[in-house]
Design a protein around this ligand. Structure first.
Ligand SMILES: Cc1cc2nc3c(=O)[nH]c(=O)nc-3n(C[C@H](O)[C@H](O)[C@H](O)COP(=O)(O)OP(=O)(O)OC[C@H]3O[C@@H](n4cnc5c(N)ncnc54)[C@H](O)[C@@H]3O)c2cc1C
Length: 385
């Protein structure tokens, strides 16, 4: 019997894969609903997400879409068109390779050559660029990863860049992130897997042959998949680990009278604290009774000040004619990413215990990295179970 601690996206993907292979799986979730930061709660007729911006970074072609197919879960993903625009000096420019100056592309290849010998932080490359390319890079990092260019090395950024070139841009699942989670839950249960909600795991003990979890009482398992990151897993074992910082962000959900973006892609925003926005009701009108615009802002330091700045900037870009449905800030144990992009800690926590989710991503961005990490984690776990 295998236990999964946490019914976030990573935990549910792993549980489904194991159940499909014939393992007995039990998922324990402390909240009254599954999905963690990849689901939504209905508020005033709008599907306000608990985290994710209802976007799958590589749409219907990426690692998550492939893994869902392999598991047998059907989700329709609308690939974004255009993939992205860039708001630069009041003008919306479609993001394509040819809008970037040749000089910037040559600098990219130069930095790539340097990175073979010396792994410098990305800000060194960013600061060498023209204003347009630098501003785009910064808003891409803010929107997609909630980081700044000094937070990631060029080598790690290149890994993510290669995946983006291979699989291309984002997509929106019909029904939003909750539809993906609902399908995963239904599929797992149809294979005999169990999900227990409102069941917090309060302790983990390990011997050579088994792992015990303290749920209401101690229960034995052959292996454990932790979906709560390295730090919380260590705490449950009475240990401490030194971790790189989490990435933090603020999400604003707005109701508009009329579409503002009028497409299904991202509008990246130059030289502001807010990094970008999307209008997912253009892909799936059932996500809101009206137009739903989501704005994302990475932040460091004080959240209240960041929110003041963000709201001022939203009015500058969108105008004043909107209803603010929600402002959510994400940090500490409910962050944008448990470990900043590019600072992967690996999937093996201890013998018989592996970590999945955004603390253990397999070299790609957001939920695509989670999908890759899940496959790596199960490869390791199979050695012991
Ligand atoms: C503002 C924001 C925007 C984002 N936008 C996107 C996006 O558009 N696209 C994208 O791909 N990604 C996006 N992300 C990232 C994405 O949402 C997360 O990386 C992903 O949802 C994390 O999944 P996870 O598998 O790590 O599980 P989590 O969501 O962390 O779930 C873990 C679960 O474990 C439960 N739990 C914790 N402790 C215990 C315990 N002791 N016992 C039992 N259960 C426990 C929690 O309640 C939770 O349900 C965004 C994140 C944020 C915050």
């Amino acid at each position: 019997m295998i236990a999964v601690v946490g019914a976030g996206l990573g935990g549910l993907l792993a549980a489904n894969l194991l159940a499909k292979e014939g393992y007995k799986v039990e998922v324990y979730e402390r909240l009254p609903f599954p999905g963690g930061r990849f689901t939504s709660l209905n508020y005033k007729g709008f599907e306000i997400s608990t985290g994710a911006l209802h976007m799958i970074p590589h749409g219907s072609r990426g690692p998550l879409a492939k893994l869902l197919k392999k598991i047998g879960v059907r989700v329709e993903i609308i690939d974004s068109k255009p993939e992205g625009e860039f708001l630069w000096n009041g003008e919306r420019i479609e993001v394509r390779r040819r809008v970037f100056p040749l000089k910037a592309i040559l600098k990219f290849y130069k930095e790539l050559a340097i990175s073979k010998f010396k792994d410098r932080t990305l800000d060194i490359f960013a600061n060498s660029l023209d204003d347009f390319t630098k501003a785009f890079l910064n808003s891409f990092l803010g929107w997609s990863l909630s980081i700044y260019s000094e937070d990631i090395t060029f080598r790690k950024f290149y890994e993510i860049f290669k995946q983006t070139v291979k699989y291309r841009g984002p997509g929106i699942p019909i029904g939003g992130c909750k539809a993906v989670i609902d399908e995963l839950v239904e599929n797992l249960e149809s294979m005999g897997g169990k999900i227990y909600l409102r069941k917090e795991v309060r302790g983990i003990k390990k011997s050579n042959e088994e792992v015990k979890l303290l749920i209401e009482e101690w229960k034995c398992f052959d292996g454990v998949i932790s979906n709560i990151g390295h730090k919380l897993t260590a705490e449950l074992m009475g240990e401490k680990v030194n971790l790189p910082e989490e990435s933090r962000g603020i999400k604003y959900t707005l109701k508009l009278e009329e579409p503002f973006l009028e497409h299904t892609g991202v509008l990246f925003i130059a030289n502001k604290n807010i990094a970008g926005m999307n209008e997912v009701t253009n892909a799936d009108p059932n996500l809101g009774k009206g137009v739903m615009l989501q704005v994302h802002q990475p932040f460091k330091g004080d959240a209240r000040r960041a929110i003041e700045d963000g709201l001022r900037e939203i009015r500058e870009v969108v105008g004043k004619n909107f209803e603010l449905l929600a402002v959510q800030s994400f940090s500490r144990d409910w962050p944008v990413n448990r470990i900043k992009a590019g600072s992967d800690l690996g999937v093996v926590f201890k013998e018989r215990i592996v970590v999945v989710g955004d603390g253990a991503k397999g070299g790609d961005i957001e939920v695509e990295g989670i999908a890759l990490g899940v496959e790596k984690a199960l490869e390791e776990l199979r050695r012991w179970i």
